[in-house]
Design a protein around this ligand. Structure first.
Ligand SMILES: [Cu+2]
Length: 483
C-alpha cells in the first residue's frame, strides 16, 4: 500500500546514446541561405516535451516553424501541422519552442524558415529515449498518503456508523444486535478496501516495472585482447526495440545487424587511457558478424583504457557503447587508413603542440565556460612561425573531429563542425546529396575549425581535436573547466 501511495519508481542512471552523459543535440548548419545554431533538448521521459532553441547567425529571419518527424518509415512523411517558434522579445535572433515526442526512437526536428531570402528548410536529428522514471516528490507522496488514509478511514467509519445507527430513531441507543451489524460492516469494508488497494498496488507495480524496462540502459561493449594486439569487441543490446502490447510478451532487443556507416565507418572506436588522458586513439574496427568486431591495435602504452564505441542503427539512431580494458604495452602495427591517435599528449588550456613545430590554438575568450550553454569552440592551426597552416585536408570527409569528455569518463561526445548529431543520421534526415548535408561536412575554413557544443554540467573536461595536415592526423588536447 505504501508503494502504491508513494509511487516510488526505480531511478535508473542517466544515460544517453550517441554521446554518453549528455542528451542534448547541438547543430550548426544552414536552412538554405540561413545560418542557424540549433539546440535540441530531448525529454527525460518519452512521451515528453523536447525543448528547441534556434539562433540565427544574421538578422535575416522573419519566422521559424518547427515540427517533429520520424527519420525513416511512414512517419517521416506524415507531417503534423508545424508549431510557430516563439520569437524572443529581448534577443531578435533567438527563437524557442517545444515539441511533444510521443514514441521513443529516431526523430528529426524539421525547421521551416521564412525570411528576407525566401523560404527554406532544415532537419536536425533528435534521438529520443526515456532515461529515467520520474520519482514522485517526497512531500507530495506524504501528502497523498495522508489524504488517502483519511479517505479510507472515513469510508470505513461511515459504513460502520450507517450499519449501526441508520435504522435507529433520534436519541435511541444501539442494541448489541446493532453494534454487531456495525462491527460486521467495519470488518467487511476494511477487507474490501484493503483488498482493492493491494490489487491496485499489484497492477501499478506491473505498469511501473514495464515502464522502467523501457528506460534506455547504456550498452556495455565486451572486450578481450587476443594474440598480442588483436582487440575483439562484442556489442551489447540491453534495450528493447519496441514496446510490446502486453507486458507478458517478451519483446525483441534492439537489433545489431542493422548498423550503417557513419562518415565512412560502421564503428568509431575511441580509447582513452585513464586517469592521465595522455594516450588517445580513434580507431575503426572491422565487423566480422553482426555485433562482433575486431581491431588490430597500434603500438600503445599499457594502462587502464576507457572505451567508447560509436555506432548508428539503420533508423539513424546512434549509440555509444562503453567499456574499460586493462591493456599491457602493445607492440602493434603502424596506424593505417583513417586510424589515428597519440600516446604522449599533454593537455593545455590554450595551445597544443603538434608535430613539426606546428601548434593548435584554442581561440577562447576570457569568459568562463558555463554548463548547458551552446558555445562555439574555435581552433586554428599555425606553423612554427605563427603563420596560418596552409596544408590542412579533410579527415574522413570533414574539416575536423572532436571529442568532448569529462575527466571521470561519464560524459563523452564525438562532435564535428556541424555539431553533435551523427553524420549518418544527418544523411538520413536531410538526404545524402542535400546541400545542407554537404555544408555540414564542409564546415571550416582553411586553417580554422569550430564545433558547437554545450557541457551538460559543471566539472573538468578534456577536448581532443583532430585535424589532418600534410597527410597525417594530428591530435590536440585541451583542458576545459566548466562552472
Ligand atoms: Cu568524427
Amino acid at each position: 500500500m505504501r508503494k502504491f501511495l508513494l509511487v516510488i519508481f526505480l531511478l535508473l542512471p542517466l544515460a544517453l546514446p550517441a554521446h554518453v552523459g549528455n542528451p542534448d543535440v547541438y547543430y550548426d548548419g544552414y536552412a538554405g541561405p540561413y545560418h542557424l545554431l540549433v539546440t535540441l533538448r530531448p525529454p527525460l521521459v518519452v512521451p515528453g516535451v523536447a525543448q528547441i532553441e534556434i539562433r540565427s547567425a544574421a538578422n535575416d529571419v522573419d519566422e521559424i516553424k518547427i515540427l517533429p518527424l520520424r527519420v525513416i518509415g511512414p512517419g517521416a512523411k506524415m507531417a503534423p501541422l508545424p508549431d510557430t517558434a516563439q520569437h524572443s522579445a529581448t534577443d531578435p535572433q533567438l527563437y524557442t519552442g517545444s515539441l511533444w515526442i510521443m514514441v521513443r526512437g529516431s526523430w528529426k526536428v524539421q525547421i521551416q524558415v521564412k525570411g528576407q531570402k525566401g523560404e527554406a528548410e532544415l532537419a536536425v536529428p533528435l534521438p529520443a529515449v526515456s532515461t529515467a522514471s520520474q520519482p514522485m516528490q517526497a512531500g507530495m507522496g506524504i501528502l497523498l498518503s495522508c489524504l488517502g488514509l483519511a479517505l479510507v478511514a472515513g469510508l470505513i467509519s461511515i459504513i460502520g456508523a450507517s450499519r449501526r445507527e441508520a435504522a435507529l430513531n433520534p436519541g435511541e441507543t444501539p442494541t448489541p444486535e446493532h453494534e454487531n451489524r456495525g462491527r460486521n460492516g467495519v470488518v467487511f469494508t476494511t477487507v474490501l478496501v484493503v483488498g482493492g488497494l493491494l490489487a491496485s498496488n499489484y497492477w501499478w507495480g506491473k505498469e511501473a516495472s514495464a515502464n522502467a524496462r523501457l528506460n534506455y540502459k547504456i550498452p556495455h561493449v565486451g572486450t578481450s585482447l587476443l594474440a598480442g594486439s588483436l582487440l575483439r569487441l562484442r556489442l551489447d543490446n540491453p534495450n528493447e526495440a519496441e514496446p510490446t502490447r502486453f507486458h507478458s510478451e517478451q519483446p525483441d532487443r534492439i537489433r545489431l545487424d542493422d548498423l550503417i556507416p557513419d562518415h565512412g565507418h560502421i564503428m568509431h572506436l575511441f580509447l582513452v587511457r585513464m586517469p592521465d588522458m595522455k594516450s588517445f586513439w580513434h580507431l575503426h574496427p572491422d565487423q566480422n558478424t553482426p555485433g562482433d568486431f575486431a581491431q588490430n591495435l597500434p603500438t600503445m602504452p599499457a594502462g587502464q583504457y576507457q572505451i567508447y564505441a560509436d555506432i548508428v542503427h539503420h533508423t539513424g539512431f546512434p549509440e555509444t557503447q562503453v567499456g574499460t580494458i586493462n591493456l599491457p604495452a602493445i607492440a602493434g602495427a603502424q596506424l593505417s587508413g583513417d586510424d589515428s591517435g597519440a600516446f604522449d599528449l599533454s593537455a593545455s588550456d590554450k595551445t597544443a603542440e603538434l608535430t613539426d613545430g606546428y601548434r593548435m590554438v584554442w581561440e577562447r575568450d576570457a569568459q568562463p565556460l558555463k554548463a548547458n550553454q551552446p558555445i562555439w569552440f574555435r581552433f586554428h592551426i599555425e606553423d612554427q612561425d605563427g603563420k596560418p597552416a596552409t596544408d590542412l585536408e579533410p579527415y574522413m570527409g570533414m574539416a575536423a573531429h572532436a571529442v568532448f569528455m569529462s575527466t571521470d569518463g561519464k560524459t563523452f561526445a564525438h562532435v564535428h563542425p556541424a555539431g553533435s548529431a551523427s553524420m549518418a543520421a544527418i544523411n538520413l534526415a536531410e538526404g545524402a546529396g542535400a546541400k545542407s548535408t554537404m555544408d555540414a561536412m564542409n564546415h571550416g575554413s582553411t586553417n580554422e575549425v569550430s564545433f558547437p557544443y554545450g557541457f551538460p554540467q559543471t566539472g573538468d573536461y578534456r577536448i581532443f581535436v583532430q585535424v589532418k595536415r600534410a597527410g597525417k592526423v594530428e591530435t590536440g588536447e585541451f583542458v576545459a573547466k566548466v562552472f
